[in-house]
Design a protein around this ligand. Structure first.
Ligand SMILES: Cc1ncc(COP(=O)(O)O)c(C=O)c1O
Length: 403
C-alpha cells in the first residue's frame, strides 16, 4: 500500500510527518541524525566532513574513546565473541555480566544489580513489573519518555505532578487511598532542562506516605556527588532510594540500563521483568566497556572536578551574554529560543561556525519553549568553551534573541 493513496489515520500521521520534515529539509533546517564520521579526542567530532566542537554529547566525563575502556571491550570480544547466545536465563549468563552487575552494586552501594540492553527497556520493563492494576504510580511531569511509557504500560493508576513541585506532589499523595501500593518515579536530573529534583523533600514525602522510590540517574551518574555516585551522594542521603535506575549509555560510554537495589528486588526482576527474560543480554564488548568505565570514574576523580568547573563556566558565560538557561545546574544546558524557527536558525549559525549543538522543539518540549540543548563535558578545555560561547552569542544576535 502507498501512503498517498490511502486516507486512513495511519496514512494521515505518516503524511503529516512527511510534510513537516519536507518543509524543514527544503529550508535547509533539518539537523537530526547527522552523520558523525569520526571522534577527534573527547571534545571534537567530524560531521559531514567538517570538524566541530561537540556540545551534544552525553559522555559527561569524556570517557568515550578512553583507551582503558576500549581495551576492555576488545578483550571481551576476543574472549566471548560479539554476541551473547541469546537470553541470559536460558542461554547462560556470561561472567562479564556478573562482574558488571557486581561493579554496579558496589558503585551504587547496594546489595545487588541487574542489567538490561537499554535504559529505555529498563524503565519500561521494571516499572511494569513492579506495579499493575489497582496500584498507583506517581511521576514528575517532565520525567523521561521511557518512564512515562513504563507507567502507561503497567496498567497502574498513573498520577502526574507539576514539575519538581513538592506541594503538588503532596496534594497528589494525599488523594491516594490509604493502604494502596504506591511507586514514585522521578529523574534525578531532568533530561531537557538540566535541573535537579528536590530530593530531600521527595524522600520525606515518600517516607511519610509509604511510597516506594525509584530514581532514574541517567544524567546524574558520574555528574552529581563528589565521586560521581549520583544524587544520594550529592545530598548526603545515602541509602534512601529503593530502586536505583541508570543507563550505561551516557557517562558510561556503552549501551544498556541497570537497576541497583536490595537482593530480593533484583532477584524478583531477574525472574519477572520481561526485558530481561525475553530479550538478549548486553553484548560482551559493551558489558566489559561499562564495567571498566565505573573503575575509570573512581581512578580519575579529576574528571568530575573538571566537569563541575566546565559546567559553571558554560552556564555563567551564557547568562552573562543575556541567554535564558532556565533552571539548569548541571551539564545539560538549555539555551531558550522560544520558537522552533529561532532554534533551527541558531543551530545553522552554530554548525556553520564549527559548534555541534542541536535544537529541541515541540513535542519533545512544550510549544514556545524550543531551545538549543547544549551539553558540556570534562573533555572541553576552557578556551574551547569560550569559543563555543562566542559562536552561540553570534547565533543569538543574528536572530535578535539577545542584543
Ligand atoms: C532520563 C532518561 N532515562 C532513560 C533514558 C533511556 O536510556 P537509553 O538511551 O540508555 O535507552 C534516557 C535517554 O536519553 C534518559 O534521558
Amino acid at each position: 500500500m502507498d501512503f498517498d493513496q490511502v486516507d486512513d489515520a495511519i496514512s494521515q500521521r505518516v503524511q503529516a510527518m512527511k510534510k513537516r520534515l519536507g518543509d524543514l529539509r527544503k529550508a535547509d533546517l533539518y539537523y537530526y541524525n547527522l552523520p558523525v564520521q569520526e571522534l577527534r579526542g573527547g571534545s571534537r567530532v567530524i560531521v559531514n566532513g567538517q570538524e566541530m566542537g561537540m556540545y551534544a554529547s552525553y559522555s559527561y566525563l569524556g570517557l568515550v574513546g578512553h583507551p582503558r575502556i576500549n581495551a576492555a571491550a576488545i578483550k571481551a570480544i576476543e574472549n566471548f565473541g560479539s554476541g551473547t547466545h541469546g537470553v541470559r536465563t536460558l542461554a547462560g549468563s556470561l561472567t562479564i555480566h556478573k562482574e558488571l552487575e557486581e561493579t554496579i552494586a558496589e558503585f551504587k552501594g547496594t546489595e545487588a544489580a541487574i542489567t538490561y540492553s537499554s535504559g529505555y527497556a529498563t524503565n519500561l520493563s521494571v516499572i511494569s513489573s513492579l506495579v499493575g492494576r489497582g496500584d498507583y504510580v506517581i511521576s514528575d511531569k517532565l520525567n523521561h519518555a521511557s518512564i512515562v511509557d513504563g507507567c502507561l504500560m503497567s496498567g497502574a493508576k498513573f498520577i502526574r505532578f507539576r514539575h519538581n513541585d513538592m506541594e503538588a506532589l503532596h496534594d497528589r499523595l494525599k488523594q491516594i487511598p490509604e493502604g494502596a501500593s504506591k511507586l514514585l518515579v522521578a529523574d534525578a536530573v531532568f533530561s531537557m532542562d538540566g535541573d535537579i529534583i528536590d530530593f530531600p523533600k521527595l524522600v520525606e514525602l515518600c517516607q511519610s506516605y509509604n511510597a516506594w522510590l525509584m530514581i532514574d540517574e541517567a544524567h546524574s551518574l558520574g555528574v552529581l556527588g563528589k565521586t560521581g555516585r549520583g544524587i544520594e551522594e550529592y545530598f548526603g542521603m545515602e541509602g534512601t532510594i529503593d530502586i536505583k535506575m541508570g543507563t550505561l549509555s551516557k557517562t558510561i560510554p556503552s549501551v544498556g540500563g541497570y537497576i541497583a537495589g536490595k537482593f530480593d528486588l533484583i532477584d524478583y526482576l531477574r525472574h519477572v521483568s520481561r526485558a530481561y527474560i525475553f530479550s538478549a543480554a548486553l553484548p560482551p564488548a559493551q558489558a566489559a566497556a561499562a564495567n571498566e568505565a565505573f573503575k575509570v570514574i573512581l581512578d580519575e576523580p579529576w574528571r568530575i572536578e573538571k566537569l563541575t568547573a566546565n559546567t559553571k563556566h558554560f552556564i555563567q558565560g551564557l547568562q552573562e551574554r543575556g541567554f535564558d538557561t532556565m533552571l539548569t545546574e548541571t551539564a545539560i544546558v538549555p539555551v531558550l529560543c522560544g520558537s522552533d524557527e529561532v532554534a533551527f536558525t541558531m543551530t545553522g549559525v552554530a554548525h556553520h561556525n564549527g559548534i555541534f549543538v542541536l535544537p529541541v522543539v515541540s513535542p519533545a518540549v512544550p510549544p514556545g519553549l524550543a531551545r538549543l540543548r547544549a551539553t558540556v563535558t570534562a573533555s572541553h578545555e576552557p578556551d574551547e568553551i569560550d569559543y563555543a560561547l562566542n559562536v552561540i552569542e553570534k547565533a543569538g544576535r543574528s536572530v535578535g534573541l539577545i542584543q
